[in-house]
Design a protein around this ligand. Structure first.
Ligand SMILES: Cc1ncc(COP(=O)(O)O)c(C=O)c1O
Length: 367
């Protein structure tokens, strides 16, 4: 879609990345590291500075205690963490339960590990799930429940009762939990609660996150996994042969960012909340049915009313030519049984003038 955006000179609201850089002081840290000899392989598990900063972050934000020595592993983005965790923990034939729509790397990584995916549907407008459907998705072969909260593509933040249900299910079926929390600091409504903070969950949960979204440096690809030492050791042994280690200067910069005071950390979510409102209000004025997200970079619209009889794939294929705007059909986030046929995902993590330009262009079709 990004290639299509370039080819048609479109406003690209497809891929989820911000179009402004993160804090200049973090760039300064990375530049200083590049200029002061921090350019060789750092320790495979991550620099001591970053592992220490991740452990301190988990403690101060969530009261979770991890040893930087053996319960924290730095990865090349959350993407590597997801792959390494599934490759480390799954045997061929194991099953992984996850909520649908899903971030696209989960099923691909489960397949690489020889595991099968069982999907539990999130239903709009609140993207709630049916507890019986969750129970039915679990079989004796189920090993992992993978939870993405805050959730891409829906922007849902799983709430306390939902997390309690998920924790109960994990305990009842002796499942490991893997959580993808890359949008943990981009929350507008409600609060992000890591599943590992629920009673009995820290010992069965691997928590994944990344500095890319939190600090608007998605190109730096610094992620991490925290969890019980034996599980982290298994993930580390896979990372050894995926990337061995991850870029040293960026690790030092993200370590500096994780030490930000909460007010500084919350600046981006306040900015993004305003962008969410600007863009969602604009789409609603044009007649779109908008599912306003509680977090992340993404808003979802249902096009059934505004483009009757058109599915989202056709809509998103025509949109660049017709209006000069790129968006993503949410059906790509659904499994083999289909779903989301009339849903479109829009990334609003862009400068205000870019969002306004997209709305002006859309008004040419829908105004
Ligand atoms: C839910 C989710 N997990 C993981 C990632 C990948 O994170 P990273 O860039 O740190 O590899 C993304 C990026 O879009 C995401 O949306």
């Amino acid at each position: 879609m990004s290639e299509l955006a370039t080819a048609t000179d479109s406003v690209n609201l497809g891929q989820g990345f911000p179009d402004t850089d993160g804090p200049a002081e973090l760039i300064d840290v990375a530049v200083a590291a590049l200029g002061s000899g921090q350019n060789q392989y750092p320790p495979s598990a991550g620099t001591p500075q970053l592992r220490g900063a991740i452990a301190a972050h988990q403690r101060s934000w969530y009261g979770l205690d991890y040893s930087p020595e053996d319960e924290v592993l730095v990865t090349t983005g959350a993407t590597e963490a997801i792959a390494a965790v599934l490759l480390a923990l799954c045997e061929p034939g194991d099953e992984v339960v996850m909520f649908e729509p899903t971030y696209d790397s989960y099923a691909a990584c489960a397949a690489m590990a020889g595991a099968t995916v069982n999907l539990v549907r999130l239903n709009p407008p609140e993207w709630t799930f049916d507890v019986d459907e969750l129970a039915a998705a679990i079989t004796p072969r189920t090993k992992i429940l993978l939870l993405n909260s805050p959730h891409n593509p829906t922007g849902k933040v799983f709430d306390g009762p939902e997390l309690a249900t998920i924790a109960e299910v994990c305990a009842a079926h002796n499942l490991l939990a893997v959580t993808d929390e890359v949008y943990e600091h981009l929350v507008f409504d409600g609060a992000h609660v890591p599943l590992a903070t629920l009673p009995g969950m820290a010992e069965r949960t691997l928590t994944i996150s990344s500095g890319g979204k939190t600090f608007s440096f998605t190109g730096w690809k610094v992620g991490w996994v925290c969890g019980p030492a034996p599980l982290v050791a298994a993930v580390r042994s896979v990372k050894q042969f995926l990337t061995y280690t991850s870029g040293a200067p960026y690790q030092l910069a993200i370590a500096a960012g994780l030490a930000f005071a909460p007010e500084q950390m919350n600046l981006l979510s306040a900015e993004l909340a305003a962008k969410r409102d600007r863009f969602c209000d604009g789409l609603a004025k044009l007649g779109f049915s908008v599912y306003r997200p509680s977090a992340t970079y993404f808003a979802t619209t249902d096009i059934a009313r505004i483009a009757p009889g058109t599915d989202a794939v056709t809509f998103c294929t025509v949109l660049p030519e017709r209006c000069g705007v790129v968006a993503i059909p949410s059906s790509v986030f659904y499994g083999p049984s289909g779903g989301g046929e009339t849903l479109v995902r829009w990334a609003f993590s862009k400068r205000d003038e870019v969002l306004d330009e997209a709305l002006v262009r859309l008004s040419g079709w829908f105004g």
